[in-house]
Design a protein around this ligand. Structure first.
Ligand code: ADP
Length: 243
């Protein structure tokens, strides 16, 4: 992916969540956003996803400037897949229907094509035997894998993950992180907000350290983890790697 954020600002009421954030990346496969809670990572991700609009500044993905026009933004959102911390599955629908419904209602698949695509993904994510279970009948890790299957189903240009494992215990986190790592290895472009530092270090080709509404440091995995420049990043890594 090529991604550019130029002087991007976002306010919530009086509060400035992003204060003229800048980030430029060329031909990156996996960008991770790290930093302290409240620093602006999820806000950045939601703006890149087109789920919210910036107050000022410009965002472009693969050479395409994000529109302000609601209809164009809706089209853009269809080209992205997003996985949220809390899965955001429909509780009354089984795993299969959680995947087929958006394919039919949003992406224009017919029923047969949607079912075939959903079954292919359930199989790929080793969920075939759970396809008729509802979210309450699945573990957290399985629910997150269903959410990943749903996000992948329309073959998006980019997958965004917003703290995909923070609701999961260590075993389930590992199961979900392995799936994300496989997707990256298979060539899916991803942006991941995460507190899992060893995962970020292993899978990212670029990392942005976001704090106080700005990118305070940006670089390769080894730039960030082996030679952090700012005291803020050094302190952050010390805290994160302590436990
Ligand atoms: P991070 O992902 O780094 O934890 P966020 O992007 O979620 O940070 O939040 C950045 C700041 O913006 C926080 O102070 C948060 O409370 C605030 N914020 C985020 N979303 C909203 C919202 N919808 N309404 C009001 N404040 C928000």
């Amino acid at each position: 992916m090529n991604l550019s954020l130029k002087n991007v600002s976002k306010r919530y009421g009086e509060f400035s969540a992003l204060k003229g954030l800048n980030l430029e990346l060329d031909s990156s496969r996996c960008l991770t956003l790290i930093g302290p809670s409240g620093g602006g990572k999820s806000t950045t991700l939601r703006l890149i996803a087109g789920l919210e609009k910036a107050d000022s500044g410009q965002i472009s993905l693969n050479g395409q400037l994000l529109a302000n026009d609601e209809r164009k933004l809706l089209e853009y959102r269809k080209s992205i897949g997003v996985v949220f911390q809390a899965y955001n599955l429909f509780p009354h629908l089984d795993a299969l229907t959680n995947i087929t419904l958006p394919l039919e209602k949003v992406h224009g698949f017919n029923k047969t094509a949607a079912q075939s695509r959903a079954n292919e993904l359930l199989d790929r994510l080793q969920l075939s035997e759970h396809s008729h279970k509802k979210p309450s009948e699945l573990s957290g890790g399985q629910n997150q894998r269903v959410a990943i299957a749903r996000a992948l189903a329309h073959d998006p240009a980019l997958l965004l993950f917003d703290e995909p494992t923070s609701a999961l215990d260590p075993n389930m986190s590992a199961e979900v992180l392995d799936v994300i790592e496989e997707l990256i290895q298979d060539g899916t472009d991803c942006i991941v907000v995460t507190h899992q530092m060893s995962f970020a270090k292993r899978v990212s080709d670029s990392i942005a350290f976001i704090t106080n509404g700005e990118v305070a440091e940006y670089g390769s995995s080894s730039d960030i983890f082996d030679t952090p420049n700012t005291p803020e990043l050094r302190n952050f890594l010390e805290q994160e790697l302590k436990y």
